[in-house]
Structure formats: C-alpha cells, structure tokens
Design a protein around this ligand. Structure first.
Ligand code: G6P
Length: 633
C-alpha cells in the first residue's frame, strides 16, 4: 500500500503534493513526507504519523521548488518512525525516491551496495533504490554514456527497475535533472495526470482529479518521464510507447462528512442509497413474472455463463465475507458449485484446473495485491489450454478504473461511491447487492428459479432500502447505549448460521478493526466443539437469529451460551417469540426472508462496532496498523 504522488509544473510543488497525499491517506498513515528540488538541492521533510503532523512541520518552513514527490506510508519494512519515512535519499542526497510496494530482493541489493561502500540509515527496502540510481548515473557519466540518452535519469531508473524483484511503483527525482521526474510501475498502481504545462502522478486518481481529468494509468513494466513539456512512456526494455491519456468521467470526489462525526457513520447511513443505486442499475423496474424479458441486466457477455460448471471466488477481508454470502446465493439460487478462497492463499495452492469455471475477483478498491495476483496467476495458468479451460474472469468492484477491471474480462460496478472509512461498510453492502443480482441473473438464465419466486425476491429486495432506514432510525440510539456497557470488554463472540454465518464473521472483523477488541465469528453450531470453553460472564455473545431454516437451531445454540453465563445479544425480529426469554439485549431488525436477511443483519453489527470504538475514543476512520487499499502481498 502507501500512497505516492509526483508533480512537475509551474506552481509550488509542496502544496500540491500535500493536497494529493490528503486524498491518498486511506492507503496508509504511519508517516508522510515530501521532497522538492530547487537550486541544486533536494529539500526533504518527513514526519511520523498522519499527514497533519507533516503539515504542522511544514508551517513556517520554506519548501521551494516546482518539482516534487510525496508519500504517505503503511509500514512494511522498518518501524513507522521518521527515519524510515519516505522520500528516501541516496547517501549523497542527489536522488530522492518514493515507493509503494516491496522490493523483495532488497537484502541482496543492499549487501552488494554496502560492499561497494554505500551506507544505509533506514531499515527500509526502498533505500536501495536511490543508491542504485545514483550509482548507475555515476557509471554512465564515467563511461561517457550520459549524452547517448535523451533522459539519463530515465535510463538509470530503467536499469535499476530491471534489477528489482517484487511489486512496486516508484517516483524518482534527481538534483542533476531538476526538470524531470521518473515514475515506474510493476504490479502496484500508478496513474499519470496531464494538466496545462503541469503533470502529475499518483497511486490513485482522487489525488489527480482536482487538477485534471486527462489521465493515463501506467501498465506493469512501464516507465514515464514527466517534464514541463510533456510525458514520455517507455517499457522496462527501453522501447518508447505511444500512449494517450483518456478523460475520466464523474466529478472529483468530494470528501465531506456532511455533519456526521466520522466517515464510517456517514457511510453506514449511505447504505439505503447504495442498495437503491444497485437496484436501479441492474433490475428492470417494470418487470413482473408475466414478462418474457430478462429482469436482471448486468451487461455481461453470454460466453461468461455458457456451460458454467463451477465458480471460484478470490477476495480478502470484508470482500471475502461478502463472497461467502455470494457462494450461498450462487449455490442455492443458481445451483452452481462455488468455492471462496482467500486470495493470499489461492496463488500458492490453487485448486486443480476444472473446465467451464468462472473466476470472480471481489475487491472494493480493485487494487488489493493478493486478489490481483491470484487472478493473474489463474489467467496465466489457463491461457494456453483447450477452450473449455480458458480463463473466464469477472470482477466485482467499486472502482471501475482500477487495475482489477483491466485484468478481468468484464466487471460488475457495485455503485457504492468512494468509501473513506478504512473499515468497509457501504462497499460491503454493495458487494452483497452485486451477488444478489448475479445469482438471480444466473438462476433465471439456467432456469433454476421460477418467475414467481424471482418476482417474490425482487419485490422483497425493493423493500430493503426502507428497512435499512428503519433499522438506522430505530436502533442507533439503542446501540449507542448498549456500546457504553462494552467499552471495557476484552472479548466478543459473534454467531450465525447459514447465510448469516458470514455476517457473524463480518461483525467480529468490524469490531477488531476499529475498536481493537478481540472478537471471533463462529457458525453457531460449531461453538460446542471448542469455543464454548471461552464463555463466561465477561464474554458477550451476539447471536444472529433470523427466522428460516436454522432459526430454532440458533436459538438452541444461544441457550447453550446463556447457560455458560454469557451476556446474550440477539439480532432478531421483534416478533421473535423467544426473544425476551433468551436474550439479555435485543438489536431488532425487521422481518425479512432468510435469504435476504444479511442485508439487514449487518447493520447492527456495523453500528455496534462503530459506537464501541467511538466510546473508547479511538480513531474510527483510520484505525491503527490498517489501510484501505492493500497493495502489497
Ligand atoms: C484491507 C481493508 C479491508 C478490506 C480489505 C480488502 O484490509 O482494511 O477493509 O476489506 O483490504 O480490500 P478490497 O479493496 O480488496 O475489498
């Protein structure tokens, strides 16, 4: 992860770099730094912690220069201390580098540089890069090669990136070439922005959109040289490439809390609109069971579905939980055997190849390195096989201009809008909606669902936005009060069964992420096989107890927990006849058929974790050690 930016133009670089980093802080906030070049000197300033600390440090500090680079860090190699903050400089302070990613062979490179007299002042993998670049420039000078290259800095960076292993994006500046910056991409995102007499580069478009809509995403193995006159792109082999920017549609992203205390709470409240946007985009508003037309319009090519025998889903974190709900839907509605894999595990132990298999990559950011590498690996291992084994790749994402969408054959846009809170809420809801639409589409096409049943589900889905609104209106205060009781609690258990087991996992993850309370999500029936030993009066249990196939079973499992003195919190409709007798506290949700219930049961989970974290006075939107987009494996 980490966010990187670069600027070359006519304005003071430092302000533009800080603005850009502000839009990328979701990628990491362990430290931040900027470097500019002016009058034969690199000016570099860095600060531990969030960007505000860097801004404080910059107050009253002269930071001249119209060329610069910046970085916001999520620590991988080396503690989040100021000396490990980017930009990193070579030992002679002539080259500065920011990196997003990991240089996997940095140890060998570092040892070799040390043998050649180089000294290091950080524990990072990045510090080898400026030292290799300056060494290369010095060699080119010594051999008289400098004049052979239109941009010696680009040539030096090109030679260096060819020595680096791993996934990375870098931006480099050098005092000897003050009119250029060089950006390179290998498996970590990097976008170039084209302004009028000024050029930008950044890990993600929000950092560029306030200045220009003309952007060019670099591909893996590409380098760009930015000068005040324009941008040249070449590949790592040094061949010049003809590339043109395209215009991004949509407004630049307004990052406002609109009166909410935190982005997370605002995003929780945006969920009814997210569901409406998905319904509007993908479900025919006029459709009834009498129609012969297709009610779900995902715009996916027919080849994707042809003779489909199996689905493999790869995802991480909250997207993995949404995928577990997806599996349930795809199997139960469309009858397609579906497996959900942690993307980080898939690449190194993929299942045996099967014919007519669809792979779905689910990622709200479209940039999660583990998910992208799992998909790339699958694409590669299937590329030269018989037609039935060829890759069929579908993405589910919130970012249609991400690396994911360039990797897959087609993608479903989840229409969630940008999410700022690091803990995913509305993007999870949107992913669930994408899976409902996909499963209904497949079920309809494969005739595993009757038109009447389809109409029943669509009608119920149309009620979901107002049902979420009612949970939010009725529950928030209640959850806030309940949260007061748990601000000192150390362990939590969440249980659910069937389609609500993934919601128990998501409830536990939300709590861990933002309130730093240890929490476990369990299938309710599995408690008795071990975790029940953890229970006593100090461990609250949240039981998702929705009417349906597993209702009575969950009630019994909840009773088992109660018998061990656990304080029992029921997420259940107010009509539940057992509610008063079984649960100590209630988080009521409206009656809804079991198949659709995750769309409602997740809301009290989100509110509970939010209010516990807020009560504990924690940084809800930027929890420690996390980042929204994880671009390292
Ligand atoms: C990070 C975030 C999680 C997110 C996961 C997957 O760990 O902190 O909130 O669920 O990445 O992200 P993705 O963008 O692939 O959905």
């Amino acid at each position: 992860m980490c966010g990187i930016v670069g600027y070359i133009g006519t304005q003071q670089a430092s302000e533009i770099l800080i603005e850009g980093l502000r839009c990328l802080e979701y990628r990491g906030y362990d430290s931040a730094g900027i470097a500019t070049v002016s009058e034969g000197e690199i000016h570099c300033i860095r600060a531990k912690g969030k960007l505000n600390n860097l801004q404080d440090k910059l107050m009253g500090h002269e930071m001249p220069g119209i060329v610069g680079i910046g970085h916001t860090r999520w620590a991988t190699h080396g503690k989040p201390e100021e000396h490990n903050a980017h930009p990193h400089l070579d030992m002679t302070r002539r080259v500065a580098v920011v990196q997003n990613g990991i240089v996997e062979n940095y140890r060998e490179l570092r040892e070799a540089l040390k043998e050649r007299g180089c000294t290091f002042v950080t524990e990072t993998d990045t510090e080898v890069i400026p030292n290799l670049v300056i060494e290369c420039l010095n060699q080119m000078k010594a051999t008289g090669e400098l004049s052979q290259h239109p941009s010696p800095l680009t040539e030096a960076v090109r030679r260096v990136v060819n020595q680096l292993e791993g996934a990375f994006a870098i931006v480099v500046l050098c005092v000897d070439y003050p009119d250029e910056i060089v950006a390179a991409r290998q498996q970590a995102p990097l976008v170039i922005g084209f302004g009028l007499g000024e050029f930008f580069c950044a890990s993600d478009t929000p950092a560029i959109l306030p200045h220009t809509r003309a952007v060019l995403p670099l591909e893996n193995g590409e380098l760009a040289t930015l000068t005040p006159l324009g941008v040249e792109v070449c590949n790592f082999a040094g061949q010049r490439l003809r590339k043109h920017p395209h215009l991004l549609s949509g407004a630049s992203i307004a990052v406002e809390k609109h009166g909410f205390r935190h982005f997370m709470l605002k995003e929780i409240y945006e969920q009814p609109s997210v569901v409406r946007a998905c319904l509007e985009a993908y479900i025919d508003r006029e459709w009834t069971a009498k129609e012969t037309t297709h009610p779900v319009q995902l715009g996916l090519p027919a080849e994707l579905y042809a003779d489909l025998q199996q689905i493999q889903i790869v995802a991480c974190g909250t997207s993995w939980h949404a995928s577990l709900v997806g599996k349930h839907l795809l199997e139960q509605l469309a009858g397609i055997p579906t497996q959900v894999h942690y993307a980080s595990e898939y690449r190194y132990a993929p299942p045996p190849l099967t014919p007519n298999t669809l792979m779905i990559g689910v990622t709200q950011s479209g940039e999660t390195a583990d998910t992208l590498s799992a998909i790339s690996m699958e694409k590669e291992r299937r590329s030269n096989l018989a037609p039935a084994f060829r890759p069929r790749l579908l993405g589910i994402t919130n970012r249609m201009q991400s690396t994911l969408t360039r990797l897959v054959d087609c993608a479903i846009d989840t229409h969630a809008g940008i999410e700022i809170g690091v803990a995913a809420t509305k993007t999870f809801m949107a992913q669930l909606m994408a899976f409902y639409c996909l499963a209904l589409d497949l079920a309809y096409q494969r005739k595993t669902i009757s038109p009447d049943r389809l109409q029943e589900i669509i009608t119920a889905l149309r009620h979901v936005p107002s049902q979420i609104e009612s949970v939010l209106a009725d529950q928030e205060q209640r959850v806030e009060e309940l949260a007061h009781d748990f601000s000192e609690t150390q362990d939590f258990i969440f249980v659910g069964r069937g389609i609500n087991f993934p919601i128990a996992l998501e409830g536990a993850l939300k709590l861990k992420e933002i309130s730093y309370i240890h929490a476990e999500g369990y299938p309710a029936g599995e408690m008795k096989h071990g975790p029940i030993a953890l229970l006593d009066a100090k461990v609250p249990v949240v039981a998702i107890t929705m009417p349906g196939a597993v209702y009575e079973k969950v009630i019994s499992n909840a009773q088992e927990a109660k018998a061990r003195d656990a304080r029992l919190i029921g997420v259940t409709p107010p009509t539940n006849p057992h509610a008063a007798e079984v649960f100590d506290d209630l988080l009521p949700v409206p009656e809804i058929e079991e198949l659709l219930s995750p769309l409602l049961t997740v809301i009290p989970m989100q509110l509970l974790s939010y209010h516990i974290a807020a009560r504990r006075g924690l940084d809800v939107d930027q929890p420690r050690n996390l980042a929204k987009s994880v671009t390292v494996e």
